[in-house]
Design a protein around this ligand. Structure first.
Ligand code: ZN
Length: 688
């Protein structure tokens, strides 16, 4: 390890199922007795910021030191018992947070401080009081009698439904057995690592629904029947989740109405930048109108390609363009018209080289230093090693010019394995905050983790990233950097704890660096020759950036519009709403792709976690925050993506602030004006 001595050790991951649950219960008990004590000692008449808000904030900070990690094991542990205990811990903590959030005695104290807000507290302190007070109201504390009881019941049920949903999704291990002939076209290194068995006298391969199996098959398998089977199988891989989903949207509606909101969307959006469902509906509707024609043109072209491809193999063309055709012909079009061979390009992006290059870019841009913690003998579970031997741990600090202060720890866990979270995501492990709010040297530093699923190295090749995986890596590290460099007083506002329709903007902005020629050169190095990506491949890659872009964004719109549809229920009519039919019909109307005629053929809404946890009435946020991401990039970085001055200014004005001030203020501080959607529409190729 470097000579630099970090003021804080990295967190450890040494829990057993028993200690995990034991620690969870202790944590909850400690917090509960703190609140009891507070309620006993203080009355609304004697309540002040210092004797009510400060101890509440300290309790929240303290919980955060361990609670995130206790809930994190469920996504990464190799031990099913630990994953189970971690899910259980998550349930207990979520139940406790409902209990604490519904304490009338504490609400009265907070409300008293809120009503006589002292003039001398920091802006972040004031924001904290407002949020705490609002949270209690949103938790139904102004409800009475039966309504209050019903509200409580719903909250509990919703939290269990969401945890069970995500557990089913993570532990899903279905798939299909195929012969080599059935997998024709799928790259050899994908097939090579599939589980293989003799079945009925033939060698068969087990293809799971995990990304590294699923996507190459949909992209490359020449057998349309296999693609169809895999596509539909994937949509139906979590049948237990259907009832959970359907129950959830109805309970959310009931809960919103108890609080006096017309819908769950109205309840959620009140706290977002968009504020009102109408704003979101208009935004999505407007975008849909602008993209539909482009999408239809793209389908027409792709269909033409399908026709010539089908007829060339002597098969009959049925004049359809199916859902399971899209990844295949989109890939073929990129290969044919833009000479994009994604596997060829991937040879230039060995994972480690790419990670190093990416960290180097962020070092220059934001004034950071990443030092890999290389403790050869450190055992799995220690902070220096992380929770699995695949983990890489980095100590992050400011560059000397900025004072060389410690920043935090970054963990990378990048390959798939059984029982691991199946997507790419960033998890906060420990939030940052000041232990003494007035003392900037009392900082507790954050730790953050990227959990991804890039294919493992094989005996003959290192792990190679496709360009879209390079984009994913930048995106997730964008969240990670946000989480690391944030410097707030209270953990509540740390890092990515911003409003949901802004939180993606920093990550989306960083994706732009993966489309710049100079940065592509720096990031790439052929795994055999060490040559950077040649100019002609860079040119064709960039030329292909917007290929079938309208269809891509229409797909995002499908999720966003479906999300708003199921979270703006009209009762009693919508008591009968069939979420699968709605999902499938909206998809075919919006994207214009063909599917099976049975409107219940699939239940895609049960296969991704967004709408069940955190992105409910919030999926639009991906497109909404893209408006800000484009604006920031084109204003601050397009001319010089490595501009260190703007990089540091961005770090300071946007990332560092986390959710501690209004996001619009941070945006304006960086842009020097109100944000607008010009760059966004230009990026999407829409000028009207
Ligand atoms: Zn993201």
């Amino acid at each position: 390890m470097s000579a630099f001595k970090a003021p804080q050790r990295p967190p450890t991951f040494l829990h057993s199922p028993e200690s995990l649950l034991g620690d969870t219960k202790d944590l909850i008990e400690k917090s509960r007795s703190r609140l009891d004590l507070l309620a006993k000692a203080i009355t609304p008449e004697t309540a002040t910021f210092d004797n009510v808000i400060a101890p509440l904030a300290a309790d929240e900070n303290d919980m955060g030191l361990l609670s995130h990690i206790l809930g994190f094991y469920q996504y990464v542990s190799t031990d099913a018992k630990i994953r189970e205990a971690s899910s259980q811990a998550d349930k207990l903590m979520s139940e406790y947070s409902i209990e604490a959030g519904m304490r009338e005695d504490i609400f009265k104290l907070v409300n008293a401080v809120y009503k006589s807000m002292p003039g001398d507290i920091s802006p972040e302190g004031k924001r904290l009081v407002e949020k705490l007070n609002k949270d209690f109201i949103r938790m139904g504390l102004e409800l009475e009698g039966d309504k209050r009881e019903r509200f409580k019941e719903i909250k509990k049920e919703l939290s269990i439904l969401s945890i069970d949903f995500s557990k089913t999704l993570n532990e899903e291990n279905g798939g299909n057995w195929f012969t080599e002939a059935e997998l024709k076209g799928v790259p050899k290194d994908v097939i090579d690592i599939l589980k293989a068995e003799e079945k009925d006298g033939e060698k068969k391969y087990f293809l799971t629904y995990k990304y590294p199996d699923l996507f190459p098959t949909l992209k490359f398998d020449v057998n349309a029947a296999v693609r169809k089977q895999v596509f539909i199988g994937n949509e139906n891989k979590c049948p237990e989740n259907l009832e959970r989903f359907d129950k959830t949207i109805r309970l959310r509606h009931e809960k919103a109405q108890l609080l006096g909101y017309p819908s769950h969307a109205a309840f959620v959006l009140e706290e977002k930048m968009a504020k009102l469902p109408k704003t979101v509906r208009t935004f999505l509707g407007d975008l849909r109108a602008k993209l539909t024609e482009g999408g239809r043109q793209e389908v027409k072209k792709l269909k033409g390609l399908k026709q010539s491809d089908t007829e060339a193999t002597g098969l009959e063309f049925d004049d359809k363009y199916y859902l399971w055709d899209h990844r295949f012909y989109d890939r073929l079009m990129r290969e044919k018209e833009y000479s994009i061979d994604e596997n060829k390009i991937a040879e230039y992006f060995p994972l480690q080289k790419c990670v190093d290059g990416m960290l180097a870019i962020f070092e220059k841009l934001f004034g950071l230093k990443f030092i890999q913690v290389a403790e050869e003998d450190a055992k799995v579970g220690t902070g220096e090693r992380g929770w699995h031997e695949d983990c890489k741990v980095y100590l992050v600090k400011d560059e000397e010019e900025l004072g060389g202060e410690f920043v935090g720890y970054l963990y990378l866990d990048l390959h798939p394995r059984d029982g691991k979270y199946g997507h790419a995501a960033n998890f906060n492990l420990i939030p940052g905050f000041l232990r003494e709010p007035g003392n900037s040297t009392s900082r507790n530093y954050p730790s953050t983790a990227l959990v991804c699923n890039f294919s493992k190295p094989t005996p003959s090749k290192p792990s190679l990233l496709k360009h879209d995986e390079v984009v994913t890596l930048f995106h997730e590290l964008g969240h990670g950097i946000h989480d690391l460099v944030s410097r707030t007083i209270y953990s509540r506002f740390h890092g990515t704890n911003t409003v949901g329709d802004f939180v993606e903007a920093p990550s989306q902005m960083l994706e732009n660096w993966t489309w710049e020629p100079k940065q592509l050169k720096e990031l790439s190095s052929h795994y055999e020759t060490n040559q950077p990506l040649p100019d002609h491949l860079i040119d064709s890659l960039i030329a292909s950036k917007h290929v079938n872009d309208a269809l891509f964004n229409l797909r995002q719109l499908h999720f966003g519009i479906f999300d708003m549809r199921v979270h703006e229920l009209k009762m009693p009519e919508d008591q009968a709403l069939d979420s699968s039919v709605t999902y499938n019909e909206l998809r075919s109307e919006i994207a214009g792709l063909d599917g099976p005629s049975d409107p219940k053929f699939g239940q895609g809404q049960t296969t991704f976690g967004h709408l069940m946890g955190g992105y409910d009435a919030g999926y639009y946020g991906y497109l909404y925050s893209l408006v800000f991401a484009c604006d920031m990039y084109f204003t601050g970085f397009k001319k010089n993506p490595m501009d260190p001055k703007n990089g540091r200014r961005y770090r300071h004005e946007v990332l560092e602030k986390g959710g501690s001030r209004d996001e619009m203020e941070s945006l304006k501080a960086f842009l020097g004006r109100e944000p607008n959607s010009e760059a966004f529409f230009r990026e999407l190729g829409i000028t009207a």
